[in-house]
Design a protein around this ligand. Structure first.
Ligand code: NAD
Length: 313
């Protein structure tokens, strides 16, 4: 796949991140955005990040230098030109079903049958998103996690008609550029990551809402507790390791207790009204919602993730 062309459609936060990931793997990347000047602006931003920040931090991914990676990158204000020669299209436009349907319809008319059409969507279903594409056997969702340069998971989600060979190409591409792909065998609302994430959010919210624990402390339960191991082993392996004789033993010891506790979980929170106001107030006392504070915390997050990514290597 090396040296091949990938077109990134939409050059916002995620489009730029994908471009950097693909460049690190030695792919030629053509960025397109329908907002004039946006794609070339993205190149300036990527250059700054690649050359200054990543090279300095010794965190530039792949075997190529920053200059070599940047020589593979181009920006385009014309979609047809951007798609020329591409074998893979990664769509990264706004999370809007109609916008995405239109983009895929336009793209399909400009590429040959064999080109893979991939979407970054976080929560739209493949069967809806690709409904205006004629040949849906080459359509797939490659859902990244923000920021993809440090958090390597990519959820691959097929349309019901997607060919296994298309899943395989996407899987190889993601592995080749150093991401960590997982395959969903069929589409489901929220995919896997957000379903697990929402389960965690819901119970955290209920515990704070019901006055059991503070916002600060529930976040510590995650960052100082569960999160410590979850960066390296998942929930199922955790079960397997947490009883002397493994999973069978774990289930004998703990399944009754798990079911008892799970049965006390409350309904889906409403995330509004008085409880939401209280939780908003509490988090904003810890981290004010002004841009300077949010930006500082995001930078801290990315810095720490960078260290963690290094450790995981
Ligand atoms: P963004 O708002 O930062 O960027 C969207 C870009 O798409 C803009 O530059 C816009 O000009 C461009 N655009 C809009 N319509 C277009 C069109 N018709 N043709 C070409 N370009 C167009 O959004 P983002 O955060 O980068 O999100 C992009 C996608 O990635 C969404 O589907 C989102 O759900 C998904 N995603 C986002 C995150 C995240 O944390 N931000 C994580 C995973 C997946």
């Amino acid at each position: 796949l090396k040296g091949k062309i990938i077109t990134v459609v939409g050059s916002g936060l995620i489009g730029r991140s994908w471009a950097m990931v693909f460049l690190s793997g030695g792919y030629m990347v053509k960025i397109y955005d329908n907002k004039p000047g946006q794609a070339s602006g993205a190149i300036t931003e990527i250059s700054r990040k690649q050359i200054e920040e990543l090279q300095q931090a010794n965190m530039l991914r792949g075997n190529l230098t920053a200059a070599e990676q940047l020589s593979l990158l181009s920006s385009h204000d014309d979609l047809q030109q951007a798609l020329e020669g591409a074998f893979f299209v990664q769509e990264c436009v706004f999370e809007d079903l109609e916008a995405k349907q239109t983009v895929f319809h336009e793209v399909e008319n400009l590429v040959t049958e064999s080109v893979i059409l991939s979407s970054s969507t976080s929560c739209l279903m493949p069967s809806n998103m690709f409904s205006r594409v004629q040949n849906r056997t080459r359509c797939i969702i490659s859902h990244p996690v923000n920021p993809p340069y440090y958090v390597r998971l990519v959820e691959l989600v097929p349309h019901p008609e997607t060919l296994p060979a298309v899943m395989d190409v996407a899987y190889s591409l993601m592995t080749d550029v150093g991401q960590a792909p997982v395959r969903l065998r069929k589409e489901i609302d929220g995919f896997a990551l957000n379903r697990v994430q929402y389960a965690i959010i819901a119970e955290s919210w209920r515990l704070v809402q019901d006055g059991v624990i503070s916002v600060k402390d529930i976040d510590l339960v995650m960052s100082e507790g569960l999160g410590m191991r979850y960066a390296f082993i998942g929930p199922i392996e955790t079960m397997h390791l947490n009883a002397p004789e493994g999973m069978v033993d774990y289930l004998q010891r703990y399944s009754q207790g798990m079911k008892r506790v799970l049965n006390t979980f409350g309904p889906v929170p409403d995330f509004s009204g008085e409880p939401a106001a209280r939780i908003i107030k509490e988090i904003c006392e810890l981290i004010p919602a002004e841009q300077e504070h949010l930006t500082a915390r995001r930078e801290r997050r990315d810095q720490l993730l960078m260290g963690l990514a290094k450790l995981k290597e």
